[in-house]
Design a binder for this molecule. Structure first.
Ligand code: 9MR
Length: 460
């Protein structure tokens, strides 16, 4: 899937759009909210990014915690509640209460949700830890299918597989019960996740993959390149980015992000924390993300230092009393000062043939639309990118002729007329305003075969 920068949700935008728009599985918003420039989420949204945090469900009753959460962030990751041991404690018995609570808290307030994680060697339920072979493979795939189906339409991106590569110099896979089911377990998990939730972006997520020269980074890079070449449905790579004295931030981090992006995947910083919370290091991380067009956003792994899994390292943006740290100010300033590249990302020649041809830049007042398609037997998801020309748009219309037999069944972030033949799509309240040279996205799901779609765009 070709995709570009995410227009992350703003609460003002959501208030306009209404709760129905939250059904969008990829909510992509362009409107600058009133709070732009003063909170992490709003400032990130102005740069077409999101700013998220890990959330622990049991802390949602702590008003000091939720005050910061609701004010600052527009993306949420469940810190533990979507993991395998939480969601399938007994084989075949699924438990979603704690995760649903987090998802509902987030989405009812206009925040999006990253899913973490569908398949991992760690935090498996006891019954799975003792399994092996084809029974384990089948149980893993069933877990992926069931959980991704439960959260379909509510999760914008899944960490489908977490931490599958070995530390050290091998650059190879980590040994685990899942790995011993066969080297194809990762791609099998991705295919199952795509089938269960075709609208979610599917990520591979790992730690100590920040330094471009490390063998582990190269191992993951080679896997992603191979997946793209063979059409395995991977959309994004998550860089946990737990920086500390043993695994420090390095200046080639930007090279790492851009190198992965050049493979034709989005990149996301998924679990950021920095031992000691150096303001300048936090600033560098933000600047690196803003410098890479396909870096969608940043998630910190907790709100206050006291919320951190490494609390003694005081690695987060808020003190334990909830006050903002110098690192917070640095991150906010970097988000507000940053410029973002406007040139479209370049996909490698190995992309599926359904990718669109390059569209010439639109003239003043105009817009262009490009579409990327994920096709499977009997259906497809299309993500449409609307790009303003040299003038800002205050509204847009996209027309797409669908081949016979193709019928739209579901859509997000656009109003639709027609579900077969010639379909017309107009902006919704929150994504009609698109700055000059900027983009927004909407999407739809359909039965049938997409073939090659040729969208046209006009300003309105
Ligand atoms: O922060 C999480 C902590 O509460 C759990 O005890 C721990 C158990 O494995 O997982 C922590 O989150 C991890 C994340 O899921 C994957 N990357 C590393 C994170 C920190 O350990």
């Amino acid at each position: 899937m070709r995709s570009t920068r995410w227009k992350a949700a703003s609460r003002a935008a959501i208030a306009l759009a209404g709760a129905g728009a939250l059904a969008a599985s990829m909510a992509l918003f362009a409107t600058a909210p009133a709070s732009a420039g003063t909170t992490l989420g709003a400032s990130a949204a102005e740069k077409g990014r999101y700013f998220g945090t890990a959330v622990a469900g049991f802390k949602l009753s702590d008003s000091a915690y939720t005050t910061i959460l609701n004010r600052e962030f527009n993306m949420v990751t469940a810190e533990n509640e979507m993991k395998m041991n939480a969601t399938e404690p007994q084989q075949g018995q699924f438990s979603y209460g704690a995760a649903d609570q987090i998802v509902n808290h987030a989405r009812s307030r206009g925040m999006s949700v990253r899913g973490h994680t569908l398949a991992w060697h760690s935090q498996q339920p006891g019954w799975m830890e003792s399994m092996s072979g084809s029974a384990l493979r089948q149980a893993m795939l069933n877990h992926v299918t069931q959980v991704a189906t439960h959260f379909r339409g509510q999760v914008v991106a899944w960490d489908v597989v977490n931490e599958a590569f070995a530390d050290g110099s091998s650059g190879g896979r980590r040994d685990s019960n899942l790995q011993r089911t066969g080297n194809d377990w990762i791609e099998a998990a991705f295919r199952a996740a795509r089938a269960a939730d075709p609208g979610a972006k599917l990520c591979y997520n790992d730690y100590n993959t920040d330094n471009w020269t490390h063998a582990k980074t190269q191992g993951v890079y080679n896997m992603v390149r191979d997946f793209k070449a063979r059409g395995v449905p991977i959309d994004c790579v998550g860089f946990q980015s737990h920086f500390n004295n043993e695994s420090p931030y390095v200046s080639n981090y930007r090279t790492t992000l851009s190198s992965f992006a050049a493979l034709g995947v989005d990149v996301q910083i998924t679990e950021l924390d920095i031992q000691g919370a150096s303001a300048s290091t936090y600033r560098s991380v933000v600047e690196d993300c803003l410098a890479v067009a396909r870096c969608n956003g940043i998630t910190v792994w907790g709100i206050r230092d006291s919320d951190s899994w490494r609390a003694s390292q005081t690695p987060l943006l808020f003190n334990s009393n909830g006050s903002k740290k110098p690192a917070y100010d640095a991150v906010l300033a970097a988000l507000n000062n940053g410029t973002t590249p406007t040139d479209p990302p370049t996909d490698p020649p190995t992309d599926p043939p359904t990718d669109p041809p390059t569209t010439p830049p639109p003239g003043p007042g105009g817009c262009t639309a490009t579409v990327s398609v994920n096709q499977w037997t009997g259906g497809f998801v299309a993500n449409v990118r609307v790009t303003a020309g040299s003038s800002a748009l205050s509204g847009w219309t996209v027309t797409i002729a669908l081949p016979s037999g193709a019928t739209v069944t579901n859509a997000w972030s656009a109003n639709r007329s027609g579900n077969t033949g010639t379909t017309n799509w107009t902006n919704v309240a929150y994504n009609g305003q698109v700055g000059a040279g900027q983009s927004t996205e909407y999407g739809f799901q359909a039965n049938g075969t997409a073939g090659s779609l040729s969208p046209t765009c006009s300003a309105r």
